[in-house]
Design a protein around this ligand. Structure first.
Ligand code: ASP
Length: 334
């Protein structure tokens, strides 16, 4: 673990925050000034930390560069490495964690950690929409606020959070909603947990669903996760897609239309494949807001989890059980 030099202590003991680096645009570089045509995950943590005025005054910082990747290349193995480090370091003299990550799949890693990290200490994920070399890069302020949140007593018991563009979001609700603007994350109609103003968090809400230490998902010792695919329904979608999905994955999530729905051809084929294979089929929706209400034809409702979040929960559920009723209860709970 690298120790980063901190500014002199001002009489109060500083919190110890561990920063775990995984790459992304926050560590990206390109043509000076520009926001396009850059490469994500090129800079080391030390450079990111050096680029944030006042950061080392907030906390005693140590860091580990776990990987340095574009988050589209993150794998389940990377998740297992990341959660393993958090679960191990939480027993040390550590007060909170910050994870730097690309924004494309940040919500998936965040929800995985929210369900599988075994710590009561704050875990804050952060990224940036503009590379480090861009004019008005957003990474430095996002990282500053992530460390400020991770060291805050108010951040305890919220599970994993995401800080982005002055907003604090629960890992359960947050999703990426813009392809390039800096205010790229939202809690959809559930909203945010609160706001950051400089280094001060202001909380207004709390997510009710259990997380971290209160879930049955412990991935210690695993070197892979069950495989789950997402089938995206659209007009004229070929039901043979479902044959492929059920043949290749341990479970399937539907990105359905409206209330997690699909054509009669798809619904009938799914019902037959569930019965034949015994594999779980979770109905989620390609709609941003609302929830999928009913468990129908042997399918499980994803509630208000979007397809990529439902996929994460189904992967973890399958580490514990293959029982569809129990998996349905997990979806109603987490
Ligand atoms: N493709 C990048 C990534 O997810 C985008 C970003 O970080 O904003 O790593």
């Amino acid at each position: 673990m690298t120790n980063y030099p901190t500014m002199p202590v001002d009489g109060r003991a500083k919190k110890h925050i561990v920063i775990l680096g995984t790459g992304g645009t926050i560590a990206g570089t390109g043509e000076p000034g520009r926001t396009t045509g850059y490469t994500a995950g090129t800079l080391e943590l030390q450079t990111l930390i050096d680029g944030v005025p006042g950061l080392t005054g907030l906390a005693r910082l140590t860091g580990e560069q776990l990987i340095n990747a574009d988050s589209d290349n993150i794998t389940a193995r990377d998740w297992l490495t990341l959660v393993g480090r958090i679960n191990a370091l939480t027993h040390d003299d550590v007060d909170g964690f910050v994870v730097t990550h690309g924004t494309d799949t940040l919500e998936e890693t965040a929800f995985f950690l929210h369900l599988a990290a075994k710590t009561h200490k704050p875990v804050v994920m952060v990224g940036a929409m503009r590379p480090y070399t861009a004019t008005s890069a957003d990474g430095p302020m996002n990282l500053y606020q992530a460390v400020a949140l991770a060291r805050s007593d108010a951040a305890k018991d919220h599970g994993v959070m995401v800080v982005f563009s002055d907003g604090i979001y629960s890992a359960r609700d947050v999703t990426k909603v813009n392809t390039f603007k800096t205010d790229a994350f939202s809690g959809r109609d559930i909203g945010c947990l609160g706001y950051m103003r400089d280094d001060t968090p202001y909380f207004f809400h709390k997510s009710l669903q259990p997380h971290t230490l209160s879930t049955p998902f412990d991935v210690t010792g695993l070197d892979a996760l069950p495989s789950v695919g997402i089938a995206y329904f659209h007009i004229d979608a070929d039901p043979a897609v479902l044959d492929f999905m059920f043949a290749h994955y341990d479970g399937v999530v539907l990105a359905g239309a409206g209330d997690g729905l699909a054509s009669s051809l798809w619904s009938d084929r799914a019902a037959r494949l569930i019965a034949e294979t015994g594999k779980p089929f979770v109905r989620s929706a390609r709609i941003a807001n609302g929830m999928v209400n009913f468990q129908t034809n042997g399918a499980i409702s994803a509630g208000n989890l979007n397809p990529q979040k439902a996929r994460v929960l189904l992967q973890l559920a399958l580490t514990v059980t293959r029982d569809h009723q129990k998996i349905g209860q997990y979806f109603a709970t987490y």
